[in-house]
Write a protein that binds this ligand. Structure first.
Ligand SMILES: C[S@@+](CC[C@H](N)C(=O)[O-])C[C@H]1O[C@@H](n2cnc3c(N)ncnc32)[C@H](O)[C@@H]1O
Length: 302
């Protein structure tokens, strides 16, 4: 089960209240959602968005059962299998002009990691197909991208999204390998990366593998483009006095959030809720190692 990161900090910072409208752009297994609707006293509107239709459906069933059990089955929840970059459209369809609160918890979840879509390297995942899409209905799979992109395009992806020092060597190795056989599985890509890492750097091999998988995932899902788009739309999504919180796990994403929030503050459109990003404490990191690199930034729209 996916353990929601920075949960208490999200509840404190966004301070959801009964009767409000809350938009959750990355609902997934509903870890944050469950605690938020409870804090809302099961009163108000909750718009639960996720690109992954399977995750959203299993969360819908679980939450509806919970609402029934606590006698709150009339809470207004809108389930939307959509990209959060299209939130304005989702809200328009739900007849919601602006929201009181917005949460984005970026990236993928522990449940998706074991869902067999090749999101990351683990020895037991070697035979998984390299898909990496949150939604199978959009874009091309990672295997397709590895097959069709040019060597310099691949190198740019590993450099830009993974800041990987051996980006060129990895791209070259992929092109050499795919001439013999298409790279279709987690194991095949991992072998390619291992061959590309020079002997003197073998101890850093695992990090290179992780960065290559991460950058491919970011590319395949257009993650930075979606984030850029919603950051532009924030003042149209969140009402005056409302709050937006974004949890990121990657320095590139955090930089984008930091800069967009700074611009809103400089333009007199928002104020920061905390000057510094909110990070997990030691206890959370021990209990949930996935939280290690998480950062929450939050603003209030003026
Ligand atoms: C880290 S998980 C969220 C976990 C959730 N907060 C919880 O506590 O259970 C991120 C989720 O965002 C979804 N996602 C990623 N990019 C998305 C996008 N552009 N639009 C909508 N959902 C997206 C993924 O499918 C995944 O389910």
């Amino acid at each position: 089960m996916h353990v929601p990161v920075l949960l208490n900090q999200v509840l404190e910072t966004l301070d959801p209240k009964p009767g409000e409208t809350f938009v959750d752009g990355t609902t997934d297994g509903g870890g944050h959602m469950e605690a938020i609707i409870e804090q809302m006293g099961f009163k108000g509107i909750y718009i639960a968005v996720d690109l992954d239709s399977q995750m959203l459906e299993s969360t819908r069933q679980r939450i509806l059962e919970k609402l029934k059990a606590v006698g709150a089955d009339r809470m207004n929840i809108v389930w939307a299998n959509a990209n959060y970059r299209d939130l304005l459209e989702v809200m328009r369809k739900a007849d919601v002009k602006k929201t009181d609160k917005l949460l984005l918890d970026l990236g993928f979840s522990s449940e998706q990691l074991v869902a067999g879509r090749g999101f990351a390297y683990r020895p037991e995942n070697a035979a998984e197909p390299l898909d990496m899409r949150y939604s199978k209905d959009s874009g091309v799979s990672a295997a397709e991208a590895l097959h069709s992109l040019k060597e310099d395009e691949l190198a740019d992806i590993f450099w830009k999204y993974g800041e990987e020092r051996f980006s060129r060597r990895v791209a070259k190795q992929i092109v050499m390998s795919r001439e013999r056989e298409r790279i279709m599985t987690v194991g095949a890509l991992t072998e390619c990366v291992k061959r590309a890492v020079p002997r003197f750097f073998k101890k850093g091999e695992r990090d290179t593998i992780a960065r290559v998988f991460q950058s491919l995932r970011i590319y395949v899902n257009g993650e930075l483009e979606s984030l850029e788009s919603i950051l532009q739309d924030l003042p149209d999504i969140v009402k005056s006095g409302g709050r937006a919180g974004i949890i990121s796990f990657h320095s590139l994403e955090d930089r984008m959030v930091k800069n967009a929030f700074k611009k809103l503050v400089d333009d007199g459109k928002a104020k920061l809720i905390a000057k510094k990003p909110i990070a997990p404490n030691e206890e959370e990191i021990v209990h949930n190692p996935r939280s290690r690199s998480s950062k929450l930034r939050a603003i209030e729209i003026i």
